[in-house]
Design a protein around this ligand. Structure first.
Ligand code: SF4
Length: 193
């Protein structure tokens, strides 16, 4: 099998959907075969595109808080893999960032997932990652997250940690009361083993 470093170099040189990307390609991801935790996100926003650092924004701050991990742990590729459904910033539409480019997952995702054989927990964030990673789903995202134990302990469906979801978080206090403590406990255990 091709080494993960060589595969990552090919991903970082990818230009497949270049013509659709307003700011050009800049794949943002993190992966190492030792990682046991993965964050399956949506796509980088404009700020992350500028820095090239995944979740280097308000969403990332909240996500690390949900996970109960420091920046140092989150950005340790041997601990946490970060694979959004689209690796490049797709641009912005009328109601926020556009969806991840549809070319990206078919081109790269399976190959990359095969390079993290020790994976124990996949944090599946937002609709596009839910569509890809969840074998069964409820009628909407809220119900899917509410039934998180159906996927546990290998997978956990999450809403997007974006500040745009503050209203959702307010409306669904069970998420912070029930889901987050279980998530933090499991991550802490995986990191300590
Ligand atoms: S979004 Fe994915 S497929 Fe498109 S250029 Fe970036 S890495 Fe390639």
């Amino acid at each position: 099998m091709e080494a993960h470093t060589s595969l990552l170099a090919r991903v970082r040189a990818c230009r497949i959907c270049e013509t659709h990307l307003p700011d050009g390609p800049r794949p943002v991801l993190q992966l190492h075969p030792k990682a046991r935790i993965m964050v399956s996100g949506q796509a980088p926003g404009r700020k992350v595109h500028a820095t090239g650092i995944p979740f280097d924004d308000a969403s990332g701050e909240r996500l690390r808080e949900w996970m109960g991990v420091s920046d140092e742990t989150f950005y340790d590729e041997k601990k946490v893999a970060i694979l959004p459904m689209g690796f490049c910033y797709p641009g912005t539409g009328k109601s926020g960032d556009l969806p991840p480019r549809p070319e990206c997952a078919p081109a790269w995702r399976e190959q990359l997932l095969a390079r993290i054989p020790k994976l124990e927990l996949n944090l599946v964030i937002g609709k596009y990652a839910h569509d890809y990673h969840l074998t069964s789903k409820q009628k909407n995202l809220t119900e899917t997250v509410r039934n998180w134990q159906d996927y546990w302990p290998k997978v956990i469906p999450l809403p997007h940690p974006s500040p745009r979801n503050n209203i959702w978080l307010k409306k669904n206090p069970w998420f912070k009361d029930e889901v987050i403590p279980a998530l933090q406990q499991r991550i802490s255990k995986l990191l300590s083993e």
